[in-house]
Each structure stands twice: as C-alpha cells, then as structure tokens.
Design a protein around this ligand. Structure first.
Ligand SMILES: Cc1cc2nc3c(=O)[nH]c(=O)nc-3n(C[C@H](O)[C@H](O)[C@H](O)COP(=O)(O)OP(=O)(O)OC[C@H]3O[C@@H](n4cnc5c(N)ncnc54)[C@H](O)[C@@H]3O)c2cc1C
Length: 501
C-alpha cells in the first residue's frame, strides 16, 4: 500500500474516497470481539490464501452455471482469521461502499456468520452480487495490508459465503417500514436504481421502479452472463425488494410510454438510473457485414433469449473474433465458447499488461480456451459475395511517444497488415451513457463531459426534484459504483424532501 492511496480526514484518521472517516474496528462495532488475538493476528504466517473451489474448465465450457463454489465452513473461518485486523483498515478504503470488512471478517473467524452478514448488508443493497462481480483485486483485496508480505485475504469469496449463508438461514429479510407519505419514481432497475429504491423504501418512501425491458435488473441480468452471476441470484434480491413494498413496472420506457413530466407531477422526486448502454461502433470498411455484431446486443440476445427481441447470432462451429479487451470482451469470448464456437479469439491493440479486463476474468477466459492476439487493430472486415464476414484485415500496433498525460497510445504500424479468419465479429469497444429520449422535456437536464447526466453533491440534476446516478452519470463502470451512487442519491432525495438540503 503506498501512501498516495490513502486519504486522510481531519483528525488524522484514514478516509474513504469520499472523505468519510474510517473508524478502526474496536471503536465501531461493540459486538465484534475487537482486536484480534495474537494467534489470529498471525494466522497468515502459517496459512496461505485459498481460492474458493472452481469448476473444471472442461465442465464449465458446457453450461452457463456459475463457475465458483462456496468455501466450506472450516476454510471460510480459517481464511477470515488471516485478516490481521490492522488499526487502519485499508480494505475499507479500497471499497467504494466502505464495507466494514475487518468487523465482519472477525465475526466469520469466530463462526458468527449471520452477524457478519448483517454488517455486510448494512453498507450494500446487494452484497451477494458485489461479492460475485467486483474485481476485488483492484478494490478491497488490492488494498489489503497483507499484500506487502503475503497474499491478501480472499474478501470477495468470504463475503459471498456469509451472504449465501444468510439467505439459507433466514438472515436476508426485508421488513416493511411505516410509510412516510412521500413517493419517488425510479427510472431504470439496474444496480443504481435498485439501490436507490431499497434505501428509500427503508426510510418509508413509496417507491415505483419503471423499467423499459421485460425483466428487471439492468445489466445484472441483460449483460453480465450467468457463469459470473446466475439470474436466480438477481431474482432472489429483486424478490426481497418487492417484499419491502417496492413496485416494479416492466415494459415501461420513460420518455416513450410515459413522459418524464407525468412522473414529476405524480411523485415527490424522480431518480434516473438509465445506465450506459450506448455502444461504440466499429468504424472500418465492411463494419456492417453480416456476422458483425455489437457485443452488448450479442450478450442480451444470449442472456434473455427470444424474449429480448434482439436477433441471435449463430455461433456453433464458427470462428469468433472479439474486438476489445475489457470485461465485456471476456464475457463475449466465454459466451461464444459455451455456444460451441470453433475458435474464440480476442484482438486487443495494447499488450497483456494493459488489458482493462479484470485479471480473474482474463485467467478464466484463458482456462476455458479463449485465444488472445495482442498489439493488433482492425482495419477492415472482408466478406463473401453473400455479404457475410469471412476475414478481418488487421495491422500490428506499437506504442507511440508519451502524450501530454504521459500515456503512450498504440498506433498501427504501416505495412504490417495481415488477415485472420472470422465468421462472427463481436465489437466490444465500450459503452457510453444512454442518450436521452428524443423529446424536448429532457433538454433542461444538463450533461457532463462524459455525455452523462451532470449532478451536484446530492446527485441532483440541473432540474429540481430530478436526481441521477450510476452509469447514466459516470459512464460504463463497475456495479459497486452504481450501488454507491444509488445510496448517495437516496440520501440526497431524503435530505431534499425533508427540507434539509
Ligand atoms: C457485458 C458486461 C459485463 C459486465 N461485467 C461486470 C463485472 O463483472 N463487474 C462489474 O462490477 N461490472 C460489470 N459490468 C458493468 C455493470 O454492469 C454496470 O456498471 C452496471 O450495471 C451499471 O448500473 P446502472 O444501474 O447504472 O445501469 P444498468 O445496469 O445499465 O441499468 C439501467 C437500466 O435502465 C433501463 N432504462 C434505460 N432507459 C430507460 C427508460 N427511459 N425508461 C425505463 N427504463 C430505462 C435499462 O433498460 C436498464 O435496465 C459489466 C457490464 C457489461 C455490459
């Protein structure tokens, strides 16, 4: 851990990225036994990090079920005891939700799983989902102090265990609270919308979530494949929200089926969590040939089936090339392999070190048989007389001189062209904030430099009563940042409606 990664709040205590003070374990939670015993504190000396059991790659290729299994009881306790309970919990700083990780790890080490889950649920509306999809190596585990000497505590796998334990043993509940007489409309049912709705419902607001698609969950169900996050896990969470009293209206696009003005008339506040699902296109000759498809469209068709109304792309026996190196690209490769692709190759213009995808997902893709072609960029898609793509013309790339920000951008090497076979090309070049519906009522909402919705420190937009968060504001990012924004917006809405803003 380098000093530059730690924020210090007034008073010298460490702070999260938002400046919130992080209080050491023993001051925070009276139920946890406080500082670890010396035996526990040095457990990491004698015990290495273990990963949760993972299904064999050959077996994984044949289905879409999640690939990781749960730790057993003894392993989860032993792994949690590897936490040294440092006075300054850097893992909390690494978590965008400031999850009280050392506290629940101390309880897990003592076998007090339900109490541990209760604490983990306090800072997240979906800890069992974040535990599955967060790239912990870049967040909590990447900040674990143990990293200086050993492997970090497997925080994500332990959090998954305790929350699954809670679901199985009645520790994941959703009580209704006394209505406070006010109502909020939430537009979009992705992690931002869900978290905002959940936090508001807990404060007594009557919340209705409007979702354009036939199924709630946003990219948790449409985009992220089941081998990372099974749909039942999302449905189980949505079911809890409904039991809390939140109403979901599917098949309802705000700005098309219902105007925004109607929501502003009928509700005390509106939250926009419309996501970032505007895909960047492949701008080369032949880019529109049959067989070329945007990665998200491909994944939505695979995830939702015919109900999605997205055309499915035949994969079986074909050579699939995925362009791009992010998480979406890894998901496409692994989906193509499960769909029976003859070969699934990723083409990325930088090298392995610069791959933006999580290392864990890159490793999983390699294990399952994906191939990688680094330092190459597409110049043209070549087709047959039927207009179907058959090859890609690529150029080798090399890094240029550092630009004003010190970054060395890759560029095509003149004369280095070569061809590779491709019958399906999936374009995973990134996603921008979902544009506003084509209606003048949205024009008063100001946009930011990312093309997303501009918000203030309360997540309020330039239009009073209208709040926003998640990928709709920040552009494509992680689930955990959408959850954080949903919470921030709920707090902002509560302050606004109780006259405290
Ligand atoms: C393929 C893929 C894989 C990913 N993998 C990971 C991962 O492993 N880990 C991770 O942390 N993140 C991952 N992400 C990113 C993550 O899914 C997003 O950051 C997150 O879903 C953003 O949440 P959100 O609520 O802002 O938006 P979304 O999840 O996009 O939800 C927005 C919702 O709003 C609805 N909507 C839009 N317009 C309207 C309207 N006018 N009226 C009504 N409803 C509307 C949409 O239908 C959608 O359901 C992945 C993304 C993709 C595409």
């Amino acid at each position: 851990m380098t000093a530059s990664r730690v924020n210090i709040a007034p008073g010298g205590l460490p702070a999260s990225a938002d400046g919130a003070v992080i209080v050491p374990l023993h001051q925070d939670h009276p139920n946890a036994s406080g500082l670890a015993t010396s035996a526990q504190k040095y457990a990491w000396h004698s015990l290495s990090r273990e990963e949760p059991p993972k299904r064999d790659a050959k077996e994984r290729q044949a289905d879409f079920r999640e690939i990781y299994q749960l730790f057993d009881l003894e392993t989860v306790k032993a792994q949690a005891a590897r936490c040294i309970q440092c006075a300054m919990p850097f893992c909390r700083l690494g978590c965008p939700l400031s999850s009280r990780i050392p506290e629940w790890l101390a309880l897990v080490a003592e076998g007090r799983f339900l109490e541990a889950a209760e604490i983990s649920q306090e800072t997240s509306s979906m800890p069992e989902i974040c535990a599955r999809v967060c790239p912990q190596e870049r967040l909590c585990e990447g900040a674990c102090l143990l990293l200086e000497r050993a492997e970090p505590v497997p925080i994500g796998a332990i959090e998954k265990f305790i929350n699954e334990f809670a679901f199985e043993h009645g520790g994941a509940t959703a009580a209704r609270v006394m209505p406070n007489g006010k109502s909020v409309a939430v537009v979009g049912s992705g992690p931002a919308g869900i978290s905002c709705a959940d936090a508001l419902a807990k404060l007594g607001y009557a919340v209705t979530v409007f979702e354009a698609k036939p199924r709630a969950g946003g990219l948790l169900v449409n985009g992220i494949p089941s081998f990372k996050l099974q749909k039942e896990v999302v449905d189980r969470r949505l079911d809890l929200l409904m039991r809390r009293g939140i109403i979901f209206r599917h098949h309802t696009t705000i700005g098309q089926d219902l105007p925004l003005a109607k929501l502003l008339e009928e509700y005390d506040a509106v939250f926009l969590g419309r996501g970032a699902q505007h895909a960047r296109k492949l701008d080369v000759p032949g880019g529109n040939l049959k067989g070329s498809c945007l990665a998200l469209d491909f994944l939505i068709a695979q995830n939702l089936g015919p109900a999605s109304n997205y055309p499915s792309v035949p994969i079986e026996g074909r050579q699939v090339v995925v362009l791009g190196g992010g998480d979406t690209a890894m998901d496409c490769l692994r989906t193509a392999i499960r769909g029976g692709a003859r070969k699934a190759t990723c083409v990325y213009r930088r090298n392995e070190t610069h791959l933006p995808a999580s290392h864990r997902e890159y490793r999983n893709a390699l294990e399952e048989g994906a191939e990688f072609l680094f330092m190459a960029t597409p110049l043209e898609l070549v087709g047959n007389p039927q207009g179907e793509v058959t090859q890609i013309r690529l150029a080798r790339t090399e890094f240029g001189e550092p630009d004003a920000q010190g970054l060395r951008q890759p560029h095509a090497v003149p004369g280095s062209d070569f061809f590779i076979p491709a019958e399906v090309v999936l374009v995973a070049f990134g996603l921008d904030p979902t544009p506003f519906p084509d209606s003048p009522e949205w024009l008063d909402i100001q946009v930011n430099e990312l093309g997303g919705v501009a918000v203030d420190e309360n997540q309020m937009t330039s239009v009073p009563k209208v709040f926003a968060g998640g990928a709709q504001v920040n552009g494509a990012n992680l689930v955990v940042y959408a959850v954080r924004d949903g919470y921030r917006a709920a707090a902002g809405i509560h302050r606004y409606l109780s006259g405290k803003a």
